[in-house]
Design a protein around this ligand. Structure first.
Ligand code: DAH
Length: 358
């Protein structure tokens, strides 16, 4: 026996109840769209609706009547819910097939969602364009590189102690037991572009080179096996440390704001002498110390230095004639500092909800 048959049996001899059931179901049957259906739902099942009314009427009744009325109410509620759902599905199906038949050309168009550049691309372009505005030329180099360009000609011959700083991903090695300039690897930094450009051109050179670099790093909040750098260098007959400082100060202020202080901290890189790391005063606290700068007031943004004469020798430049400076900026680092992002993995997980914000 289905619910309707049970209801009919229960309401036998009680014409008002039988009419209530019939009218309720008819009301649902007459609905023509979702709005009708919602109104019917409220009228039948709402706080002041038919079914609630039925239960409210229980109070003054005898036990036998209470039982019948209670059962009728419960069954009716269940039946109404089922019929509403059924009708809803029916109406939705009808609307779909209607839409398939007729194309309403007066409907407003659906705007396609337009994507935008990834935050790392935006930051790379911002860095690059600052140097382009200073007269630098963009040159890109290969990501699969020879040991010679990545290490040797940057004054790191095999077994140079600085090589161990780079956890290199090799593509192929001449001899797995010894380092060789012929080994093929994924470049561990963008600096090899310096060598490639100098090898094929003569000064004056003002070059900026964005790109990917790779290291065998464990992935965590501040490390990724693939990351981005922007390399830059200038070579001429009388380029000095003063030019390096002036250029990088202009760069740091354009990138982080004119009010930033910039400092140069002595450091070591095999391919520059002297070398310096560059810090900008923290935008979080203006230099007084906060969580962003780990209380130091400064944020490291790049490595730099005067190109080592040994590098000039490798590319066949006379170190007595030419001088130059070079620098390498970490793009993820800059993006994290600029946008207060504390975990690098968000750049690569490609969660559109994160990326859309920028
Ligand atoms: N190649 C360095 C690195 O990946 C960054 C760097 C430092 C580049 C000093 C330079 C430089 O050109 O002069 O850590």
């Amino acid at each position: 026996m289905d619910d309707l048959e049970k209801l009919n049996e229960l309401t036998e001899g009680r014409p008002e109840l039988a009419r209530l059931v019939q009218e309720s179901l008819e009301e649902i049957g007459a609905c023509r769209d979702g709005e009708d259906l919602e109104h019917a739902r409220i009228r039948l099942l709402g706080k002041k609706g038919t079914v609630t009314g039925l239960f409210k009427g229980l109070a003054g009744l005898t036990t036998g009547d209470k039982k019948v009325l209670g059962q009728t109410g419960n069954l009716l509620r269940k039946l109404i819910e089922e019929r509403l759902d059924e009708k809803g599905r029916e109406l939705a199906g009808a609307a779909r097939s209607q839409a398939g038949r007729a194309l309403d050309v007066t409907l407003p168009g659906r705007r396609p969602r337009i994507g935008h550049k990834h935050l790392l691309t935006q930051v790379t372009e911002e860095i690059t364009s600052i140097f382009v505005s200073l007269g630098y030329q963009v040159v890109v180099g290969p990501e699969v590189e020879l040991d010679y360009y990545n290490f040797e000609a940057l004054n790191q011959p095999p077994y140079h102690p600085a090589r161990s700083l780079h956890d290199t991903l090799y593509v192929s090695r001449k001899d797995p037991h010894r380092e060789s300039p012929d080994d093929v690897l994924l470049r561990t930094h963008t600096s090899p572009v310096q060598v490639r450009v100098m090898e094929s051109r003569r000064p004056p050179l003002y070059v900026i080179s964005p790109g990917k670099a790779y290291r065998k790093d464990e992935i965590d909040a501040t490390h990724s096996a693939m990351f981005h750098q922007v390399e830059g260098f200038a070579v001429g007959t009388d380029i000095t440390m003063g030019h390096l400082k002036g250029t990088l100060e202009v760069f740091a202020r354009k990138l982080f704001g004119e009010e930033r202080d910039v400092r140069f901290r002595p450091h070591f890189f095999p391919f520059t002498e002297p070398s310096a790391e560059v810090d900008v005063s923290c935008h979080g606290c203006g230099g007084s110390g906060c969580a962003i700068c780990k209380r130091s007031g400064w944020l490291e943004i790049l490595g730099s230095g005067m190109i080592d004469p040994r590098v000039f020798e490798y590319v066949g430049y006379d170190p007595e004639e030419y001088t130059g400076f070079a620098f390498g900026v970490g793009v993820e680092r800059v993006a994290m500092l600029k946008y207060a992002i504390d975990d690098m993995r968000v750049f690569f997980e490609n969660d559109a909800r994160f990326l859309r914000q920028y």
